[in-house]
Unconditional design. Structure first.
Length: 335
């Protein structure tokens, strides 16, 4: 087994070729601990439009009011703070924003790694679109509530025509053919999955993890956030896995990853990875600490990113990178 020479925050040196870390989330301990720089910024600087209606969506799909020029100005500030990565999540589906490529390509130009969280089915079945995305240097994280059960996956996204599952899988196949999962000598890949685990798909965790390890795909197994629709009073409370079931899932992840030589701690949020996001910028310029804490701290129209970051760390010291342990401050602690 070949391992990376670089040691990453909380997961150390990782096996090469199993999707252990995503390009953009491959941050070292030294870089992460520097409170004077940003690490991973969540930027919803894309359209609020979305062809889907996921019941656990954690955005209000607010209309983007920031102009391209204003977004570029924010990217300039983020880059000046030494940021490693910008996660483009969008209020809706990022890839359908008319400014998608100008924003992504400008991010790369400023020396910041773009990571695109996408349904993939909408635009990533277009070879030219995929190739331009590849040439931009971006990493792609695909929505994957199920890789094996079309009924469940289509139900999650509210697809009444039962097309999403098949179209998403076609997109994943194209992304693989175009080299997003190519093996990197430092263990990073540019393709991954974001899987929200519920009691209805928890039986797929092992099979999905093995698929990712065999195909050099990064994956995070996320539990429902205490934000957005999953925090609403009408959210189906039978869906979240219990604490004992979470422990079973983490044990399975640990067992399988050990088979691939990837020995790492378990985390209360993603299982395979520590949380490293800090500063979430909405499409109207409002800023909160992260997707798990949507408390608005300021707006980029009236305050600089530096000022807002300092305010976040004063008000929510749990996010201080000097002492942060990699666990989500807003999910239950590990037992």
């Amino acid at each position: 087994m070949q391992y990376s020479k670089i040691s990453y925050f909380k997961i150390g040196r990782v096996p090469v070729g199993i999707g252990a870390v995503l390009k953009g989330w491959n941050i070292t301990e030294t870089v992460f601990r520097d409170r004077n720089r940003l690490h991973i910024v969540d930027f919803r600087a894309m359209t609020g439009e979305c062809p889907h209606n996921c019941f656990h969506c954690f955005t209000d799909k607010k209309k983007r009011t920031l102009t391209r020029k204003e977004i570029f100005r924010v990217i300039d500030q983020i880059a000046a703070l030494g940021a490693c990565t910008i996660d483009y999540l969008g209020e809706g589906e990022p890839t359908i924003d008319p400014d998608f490529f100008p924003i992504i390509e400008y991010t790369t130009k400023k020396g910041v790694q773009p990571v695109i969280f996408t349904d993939a089915a909408t635009k990533m079945r277009d070879r030219d679109f995929v190739r331009r995305t590849f040439d931009s240097g971006a990493s792609v994280v695909v929505k994957c509530d199920s890789l094996f059960n079309p009924g469940y996956q289509n139900w999650v996204v509210g697809d009444l025509k039962d097309r999403y599952f098949q179209e998403r899988n076609e997109a994943v196949e194209l992304l693989i053919r175009e080299g997003f999962n190519a093996v990197d000598r430092e263990g990073a890949t540019r393709l991954g999955f974001d899987m929200v685990v519920s009691r209805l798909n928890m039986d797929e965790v092992e099979k999905t993890l093995r698929y990712c390890r065999e195909n050099n795909l990064w994956i995070v197994f996320a539990f429902y956030l205490p934000a957005g629709r999953s925090a609403g009073k009408d959210f189906d409370r039978t869906l979240p896995v219990t604490e004992s079931e979470k422990q079973e899932i983490r044990s399975a992840i640990d067992r399988i990853d050990r088979e691939y030589g990837f020995i790492h701690p378990m985390f209360n949020n993603f299982g395979t990875m520590p949380c490293m996001e800090l500063v979430q910028i909405f499409g109207n310029g409002n800023v909160s600490p992260c997707p798990g804490n949507e408390t608005v701290i300021g707006n980029i129209g009236t305050h600089s990113i530096r000022e807002i970051l300092d305010s976040i760390l004063r008000r929510f010291p749990a996010h201080d990178p000097v002492s942060f342990d990699g666990h989500c401050p807003y999910r239950p602690p590990l037992t």
